[in-house]
Design a protein around this ligand. Sequence first.
Ligand code: SF4
Length: 203
Amino acid sequence: MNIEKTIKSLERNRFKVTYFEQAEDAAKYLDQAIDGKVVGFGDSITMKSMKLYERLSAHNEVHDPNQSTDNDEFLEIAMKCLDTEIYLTSVNAMSETGEMVNIDGTGNRVAASLFGHKKVYFVVTTSKIEESLEKAIWRARNVAGPKNAMKYNLRTPCVAKGGDRCYNCGSPDRICNTMNIYMKKMNDIDEVEVVLINDELGF
Ligand code: SF4
């Protein structure tokens, strides 16, 4: 995995990149950079393990669908996340050629990451870097998808087989309903910043 090449490629695609060796330093950076804002969150194990909700909600108005107690509340909070000033989420994979890939089941995370904000942050660990876009798509489908399904213990073939790969299932529980490739920064978002951490936190 070539981190330097990945950073240069992302920058060529108009993404700002900040790089950290430690997740704690990245968390402190975000905590200082985002202050007094209205913030939306997309589901991310990486962000959870960095305790970003707890940190940022102490001095920002943070909307996080993961704090909901039922589906109605989840949708209500997810709707609020569509036009917050700041939006934070992660991606399922990125390539050394500078693209990022996200798979989504409900679509709130992908939808909110594309439009409606002044600034979007992708908080990503280097463990998600693949050599090419093709390999990044493979990772998103065959590593992140099954692991996500395992997290929710869904009735899908990937969970039944221990999360070994994607079976492109037709299960009603399927959570891989759309896949987005971030090729360049979206036009109407002022800045998209990739906070890249040399660690393995999410999937
Ligand atoms: S498409 Fe189905 S089998 Fe494949 S990862 Fe998603 S839930 Fe699992």
